[in-house]
Design a protein around this ligand. Sequence first.
Ligand SMILES: Cc1cc2nc3c(=O)[nH]c(=O)nc-3n(C[C@H](O)[C@H](O)[C@H](O)COP(=O)(O)OP(=O)(O)OC[C@H]3O[C@@H](n4cnc5c(N)ncnc54)[C@H](O)[C@@H]3O)c2cc1C
Length: 448
Amino acid sequence: MAWDFSTDPEFQQELDWMREFVETETEPLCLLWPGMDHTPPPPWLRKVIDPLKQRVRDRGLWACHLPPELGGHGYGQVKLALMNEIIGRNEWAPTIFGVQGPDTGNAEILAHYGTEEQKARYLRPLLEGEVFSCFSMTEPQAGADPRLFTTRAVRDGDGWVINGEKFFSSNVEQAAFVIVMAVTDPDADPIRGMSMFLVPADTPGIEVVRPTMTYGEEPGGMTHPHLRYRDVRVGPEAMLGGEGQAFVVAQTRLGGGRVHHSMRAVGVATRAFEMMCERALSRRAHGSLVADKQLVQQAIADSWAQISQYRLFVLHTAWLIDQGGTASVRKEIAAIKNLGAKLVHDVVERAVHVHGALGVSDEMPLARMWMQVPMFGIWDGPTEAHTTTVARQVLRDFSPAPGPWPTEWLPGRREAARRRYAAALAEQAAWEARADGAGTGPTLTQNS
Ligand SMILES: Cc1cc2nc3c(=O)[nH]c(=O)nc-3n(C[C@H](O)[C@H](O)[C@H](O)COP(=O)(O)OP(=O)(O)OC[C@H]3O[C@@H](n4cnc5c(N)ncnc54)[C@H](O)[C@@H]3O)c2cc1C
């Protein structure tokens, strides 16, 4: 019977070190240099962050999501999940720990599908945090439904020419390369008609139409531009994973990544929750501590239970991946993506509310958290699309009723039970008839 919810004491020590480090070392970076965590650091900033990255490396905690051949430790998803819970507590922590998106997913694609030359040129600097990258899939006219993508790659000699437009290509302005999804066979089923390309960011023909930003982003922070690809020429080596393989390649970046993002959602919600509890115990209103008000207690109790429940679901999903890979846990991965968005929404909203006016001011981290809430339900696909995946996957384990009535239809089940216990029922009837005749004993009636 193996059903153990404990963390190895040695690994707990690492988590404790991380928690302390994230609070004391990466939090000040968020206060002084917000929004610079996705930018190649200028020399003065390198002097600050390089020693911090080195401390993480010395501790053996740098870029732990990577397979051992790329410098990771082969940590399973449960360990990575616990680490990401801590890394999710502030914006600079992912960069200092070498797990900044979208670079982590792009590094995995490169590691799996890149040529030796592409790896030499991009992978090592990406893993070292020297360069950044971009994943360019969403288009101005379509996002959740990739079958509507129109960016086209056409053969040109032995290479390809890419034309089209993309939207929300995060951090492209800082990127050394872009991974672009494009239609290579417009006559095929769209899922098999698209391919993935690695395009160096300085390739002629990539134009930023507008440097779109999300609200809540710091000035100078990450942009999510509308891009135009105009006759962008690449060689045959640019294609990652073969013609028509775009979705197979894209899956490489999603498996464990969703678990990591979900645990970062736990980190965000937990931080908001801690602020809420401290404030409730510090503030008085109408004759008592705010913490003594029953409705505030409800907010605290609900938040605590919601975080605990969600955290266990994510950790269980991580454990399932460790047992059998991501293919068999698609519904869990889609469900935790959705529930994480709801968790952050609910807990941050309550924390803001318990802080009153201070909660909506720019003097608490809560305002930025609140502005990011809707994004949890949109990036990596909207909640509704994942809900559909969950339902479809769940329904695979069920079959239609064999006839016109549900299998749980009571008259039918009762009839089956009667057939099964026909002898006992006959005995019961005889016994009741005798009892009636004797005028004693209980009177049993039979429901029909
Ligand atoms: C902060 C952030 C960063 C991002 N970074 C990147 C990036 O680096 N690269 C990239 O390519 N993309 C990126 N995206 C884009 C993201 O992947 C898309 O926003 C997402 O896939 C949804 O596409 P859309 O915005 O076009 O919404 P649409 O496809 O227009 O969907 C709009 C709405 O329609 C409804 N809807 C859609 N599908 C269904 C359905 N099946 N059932 C029911 N309702 C549905 C939902 O309400 C949905 O929210 C990023 C997004 C955000 C917010």
